[in-house]
Design a protein around this ligand. Sequence first.
Ligand code: PMP
Length: 369
Amino acid sequence: MTTTVSQRVFNFSAGPAVLPVPVLEQIQQDLLALPGVGSSILEIGHRTDEFGEILQSAKHGLRELLNIPENYKILFLQGGSRLQFSMVPMNLLRGQKKPADIVVTGSWGQKARDEAQREGQVNIAWDGKATNYDRLPKSDELKLSPDAAFVHITSNETIQGVQFQSDPDLGDAPLVCDASSDFLSRPISVEQYGLIYACAQKNAGPAGVTIVVIREDLLERSQDSLPGYLNYASHADQDSLYNTPPTFGIYVVGLVTQWLSDEVGGLQKMQDLNRIKAQLLYDVIDESSGFYTGHAQTQDRSLMNVTFRLPDEKTEEAFLSEAERQNMCNLKGHRSVGGIRASIYNAMPLEGVESLRDFMREFCGRHAK
Ligand code: PMP
């Protein structure tokens, strides 16, 4: 029996996360045979002309949406963003005799710091641990090195729900950004970055493919002594065909970029909608007279991951199980923050967020003293 859209729940998972229904339908339609190919995406070689077209179309889609300048390469890699925590310092720090500046704004920034420390000299430019990562640094709090090999930030901390509201200006060193959980959710100025990376499984596609956008001159830093797969230059030289790339993931990324351009109308429209969605939930939190307490400070709130607590754990459990009975799933917060996390990525429909907002109001009405 085929499943239908009406069987879908509102899935607030932090990742792998909800995908656009038209993308899922296209995958379903093409899964026996890609039009004109006679085999599915799961069955064709990565060096065929057919896959070549799919790869180019995914790259083209990303380049158009994000306005990626010609002097940046787009790579499709495996190993998730976790591998990027290692590949970035291996390629950009090794042999530089300079420190890497890391801005630690949450759990993912901590992990990026730990991996960079395995590789070379690290300067912690800021660490928000003292207040459990509920805010981002103000520019005068940052202790940047005068000669950093690169500066690393996490544009959106998926666990704590804090997000840089715009592209930060952090000086002359190449800015490296882990954009895993807000990639393609808004326009960005790519030329302000040296390298941007994002695992696909939040906004861009399925788990298994990680996108790296790197400025060409930085490829010169990759040393020949690096293991082949871990060397950005190997992937750039061979246009992501150094080895068998995650073909299915790349195909889905291509479909997601088409959906964003053709159906959403581009990243500015996407950001406008993401703002509206997030505001619906933050308004309920702010109007609840302290029944709901947001984790992130107001000015740094994430449009992607809305994190909040209820008065006690028992009430949180009741909230989660009632929400689930109303088809709103995967709302449990990460254990390091606790409480609730509503991940409302691009593909979460407005109706999903409205239904959560209505439930939150109604639940508060019943439980607030
Ligand atoms: N960085 C951020 C901001 C993330 O949200 C995640 C995954 N949740 C990662 C890195 C790690 O990604 P992966 O599991 O693909 O290695």
